[in-house]
Design a protein around this ligand. Structure first.
Ligand code: 4NP
Length: 156
């Protein structure tokens, strides 16, 4: 089983959107028994909450389920438990690197998986209000990530 954890700040906007989008893609490809998907936040303010209404609205618009997703804070054990840990921005990545204390081989930015993008970070829609921009980056990043996993696992 390959495991993927998406990480943002609050775990109510960007990373739960990525969790829902990626899980949907994985299911469409019939890989749900082979890939486990989760998300978490570096902050703990929203623990137990469902995704932000902006994230819920955009997922609904694109026909992607999000039932059952609840916010939680990332913990040290996650760094051991997950094969691919995908940060939404540089602050999230620095937080994870500090938490890891040593060189961690499986930390990435979502934008690492988007070919030819000018974006390095996924802008935080909690402040920008632009959930459509996030959806476009998240879907492109998730597509690239899934292709990478399939290559690395020899599934293609
Ligand atoms: P997210 O957005 O990291 O994409 O979930 C945020 C959500 C909540 C807060 C910040 C960012 N907050 O400060 O409560």
């Amino acid at each position: 089983m390959v495991s993927v954890l998406f990480v943002c700040l609050g775990n109510i906007c960007r990373s739960p959107m990525a969790e829902a989008v990626f899980r949907h893609m994985v299911k469409e490809e019939g890989l749900e028994d082979r890939i486990r998907v989760d998300s978490a936040g570096t902050g703990d303010w929203h623990t137990g909450e469902p995704p932000h209404h902006g994230t819920r609205r955009i997922l609904k618009q694109y026909g992607i389920p999000h039932e059952g997703i609840r916010a939680r804070q990332v913990k040290k054990q996650d760094l051991e438990d997950f094969d691919y840990i995908i940060a939404m921005d540089d602050n999230n990545l620095s937080y994870l690197r500090r938490m890891a204390e040593r060189n961690h081989q499986r930390l990435y930015r979502l934008t690492d998986f988007i070919p030819d993008t000018t974006y390095r970070e996924v802008p935080d829609p909690y402040y920008t209000g632009n959930f459509e921009e996030v959806y476009e980056l998240v879907s492109a990043g998730c597509r690239g990530l899934l292709e990478r996993i399939k290559e690395e696992q020899g599934w293609k």
